[in-house]
Design a protein around this ligand. Sequence first.
Ligand code: GTR
Length: 420
Amino acid sequence: MKLIPYLRSLFLAIALTILYPAGSRAQETWTASPETVAKSTRSQKGFNYFEDSIPAYKVPELMISTSGKQIITKNDWMKLRRPELLEIFRENVFGRVPNTKYSESFKVVNTDKNAMGGAATLKQVEITIASECKSLVIHLTIFVPNNAEKPSPAFLLIDNRGPDNTDPTRKIKSPFWPAEEIIARGYAISVFSNSDLDPDNFDDFKNGIHGVLDRGERKPDAWGALSAWAWGASRCMDYFEKDKNIDSRKVAVVGHSRGGKTALWTGAEDQRFSMVIANESGAGGASLARRRYGETIARINSAFPHWFCSNYNNFAGREDKMPFDMHMLLALTAPRALYIDAASDDLWGDPRGCYLSLVLSAPAFRLFDKYSVVPELMPPLNHPVIGGHIGFHIRPGIHDMTVFDWSRFMDFADSVWKKK
Ligand code: GTR
């Protein structure tokens, strides 16, 4: 037996016992308050918010391949299971990126070495994508800390909330993108707007990157808006790989809600991102679809027909027929790092379903890091859990992304990237 890992596990076990004695641990879990359940039931009629009304379900096995092979080794995961799951999600949920040829160029259009009162260097970069006679520009904003290690590990937000949240001049500040706090902790912080890739409305896939890259008839597995936004995050990564001030091996992709679903898909498609952070990602994101708690597949596809590929709608009301559930999407981040979070009033996004999904995804992470363990029992409010390459918290409050959330993301990054 190796002594150091053994002593480490022993120490962890003792610390957990002191912090959470067995007797008290049983009660220490989050449950939706009856008031919030009643309020959600009133405001979104026809959807379930009661745990005991969830239908009996069984999620497909994560660690058994489609052909019935048990997934035991890292190689089994990387060479067999991961690729087949990725295909399942391309085919049935997010759609496939077309293989149209395009060119990509980067232009730094503004640099300010004295941004944030001297704490950071601001760079504004235009990423131009062109194909045949059509083109599109992604506007990437980056702040790099002046007084921290270089190249800097970085966070990239897929912004779905509009420019007031990400003001490069910092005249307008928003807790949704607390750039100063992130710089103070020694990380670079960057952002692009999802609408640069594809405006968030249904226009039959004419505008945005669909207008630039799509050719011919649209197939049922053609990419939707979420996949287009994720593709945009990858183009930002193309730039990071060329910027010597950014440590492109330590970039976390972050998204809130529809952006959280997108962050999960970004990490699934693009293994250059070493961390994925999905804030309140709910249906089509982290939460288990089979629970049918809060938002359902039928509803998300009818309200947002442009988000996913049209095959996803085949499972509207037929969740039990899905050859997957969302724990498999989470597992596509393995062996990299994954952080999921939820908010107590956001029952539409099924906080418990998100946590269960994380627990069910953990075996994939454990193939690479035996410390990737989180308790079976969902933690209580304001009680983040981090086990190796996976982490989670639920905080009180509404559907939003706050400074508290970002602080926990940075704690997780400190822990995974071993930053003091
Ligand atoms: C809701 C949608 C959710 C979530 C949210 C958001 O209307 O039903 O799936 O994505 O929008 O992005 O804020």
